[in-house]
Design a protein around this ligand. Structure first.
Ligand code: KG4
Ligand code: ZN
Length: 417
């Protein structure tokens, strides 16, 4: 009798191990997960074996934002050491057979990433072949130089290990990030049952580069129904922070100071506009709000020439007014979309969805006005960029189309859903 150690095609579709790679902005993030599909009840059991993120925030801070060339350099330096850590003490029987000719081709694949090539030769060629069935990698939207590091690395590893590579849309990752609960070493498995995620679903995606409202008809089938005409909401948070002298990324800083505001004792009352709140469409505009903050601060400085710095209470009042204005605009547009599309589920995602006031405002809005609609938000850790959400989006892409082969994967900075 012959014993097959290789998984059958059926098993591959049912059970798979995925390496996920995310390098679209300033986080190098890798995840190792497995997914087990149960055809009897159409549920998916996901196990997160490891999930590591290397943030570049400290490096970009002096520039007040993400500097693409620097982001690329940092991803290239960090991705292989992070991969070695992610794989840990992998136990597999499969040895990696490396011929010189393979190394030559690897060099060609990584001609734009010489640092990654050197590190693969030094650290990966010595490891046994890991038990991975697919590599999922973000191919957009994002900063193209940064995206390319992830893509080139994924394609090189796919070639080396003979594993298919699947491109993943970063924004789809943000939508599906709501599926994962808080992950810890002792609790790293969760089940995704389709009846827990009813469609049609409305998604509000709020990040540093995007502000979008999306209708999800099914996983993989999306229509954008609203978008920002200028700045993304996260960008507005970051710019407002910069205006008042707070470091990048401004969102968490503004949020922290807004939380310190006390109406009864704070002497400042700052009125800010809510651009496009009543426009008949589902589009947004945040650049006018940012400019209003700029003018408010300029006028305050003119009125108080004796003050060397903005008083902390003034910054708290400004941060609070800004957050309230953002919450008002988001609530109005979500209400409009709820009325127009009557979705069965509402999800939020993207870095700004980590904001506590925004989470609570939208939670209350849905609970009080649309109790029949399920509201899902990502854990605060998974609201910001991470590879786990890329692994999830990649898994469902593979699951829905197991025969698809993706060749010539390219970085597309403006990739749309
Ligand atoms: O999704 P993300 O990590 O990266 C992009 O794909 O853009 O989002 C980053 C954005 C930044 O603008 C950051 O300031 C914002 O998310 N952000 C927040 C908070 N945490 C991160 N904005 C408001 N409140 C927060 N707590
Ligand atoms: Zn993002």
């Amino acid at each position: 009798m012959q014993i097959f150690t290789i998984k059958s095609i059926y098993d591959m579709v049912r059970y798979m191990n995925i390496l996920a790679i995310e390098t679209s902005c300033d986080e190098t993030s890798l995840a190792l997960l497995s997914a087990d599909y149960n055809p009897d009840n159409h549920s998916h059991t996901i196990t997160v074996h490891n999930h590591l993120t290397n943030s570049q925030i400290e490096i970009h801070k002096p520039y007040g934002g993400v500097f693409p060339k620097l982001a690329k350099r940092e991803h290239a330096h960090n991705i292989i050491p992070l991969l070695v850590e992610l794989l840990g003490d992998i136990q597999t029987d499969a040895t990696l057979e490396i011929h010189d000719i393979k190394i030559e081709h690897l060099k060609v694949l990584l001609q734009k990433e010489p640092v990654v090539f050197d590190m693969i030769v030094e650290h990966i060629l010595t490891l046994p072949k890991p038990d991975i069935d697919y590599i999922c990698v973000t191919n957009g939207p994002g900063l193209e130089p940064a995206l390319w590091v992830g893509i080139n690395t994924a394609v090189a590893l796919g070639y080396l290990w003979d594993i298919p590579v699947v491109p993943v849309n970063h924004m789809e990752g943000h939508i599906l990030s709501v599926m994962a609960p808080e992950i810890s070493e002792s609790s790293n498995t969760f089940t995704v049952a389709s009846d827990h995620y009813p469609v049609p679903a409305l998604a509000l995606l709020i990040s540093g580069g995007h502000t979008e409202m999306v209708m999800m008809h099914s996983i993989g089938d999306y229509t954008i129904i609203g978008t920002t005409r200028d700045d993304a909401v996260g960008e507005a948070f970051d710019k407002v922070a910069r205006i008042v002298g707070l470091p990048y990324p401004g969102g968490p800083e503004i949020s922290k100071l807004a939380g310190l505001y006390t109406k009864s004792t704070n002497p400042y009352d700052i009125e800010l506009p809510r651009p496009m709140m009543y426009s008949p469409d589902l589009d947004f505009s945040f650049s006018g709000l940012k400019t209003a903050v700029l003018y408010a601060v300029r006028d305050f400085k003119i009125e108080h020439p004796e003050m060397e710095h903005l008083p902390s209470e003034y910054i708290q009042a400004l941060a609070h007014s800004f957050e309230i204005a953002v919450c008002d605009v988001l609530s109005h547009k979500v209400t409009k979309a709820m009325q127009q599309y009557n979705p069965s589920m509402f999800v939020i995602g993207g870095g700004v969805s980590a904001n506590i006031r925004i989470r609570e405002t939208l939670d209350t809005l849905i609970r009080e006005n649309y109790p029949q609609c399920i509201f899902k938000k990502p854990t605060r850790a998974l609201a910001v960029d991470n590879a786990l959400m890329i692994g999830l989006a990649g898994y469902f892409k593979i699951h829905s189309n197991p025969d698809a082969v993706y060749t010539d994967i390219v970085a597309v900075g403006t990739l749309s859903l």
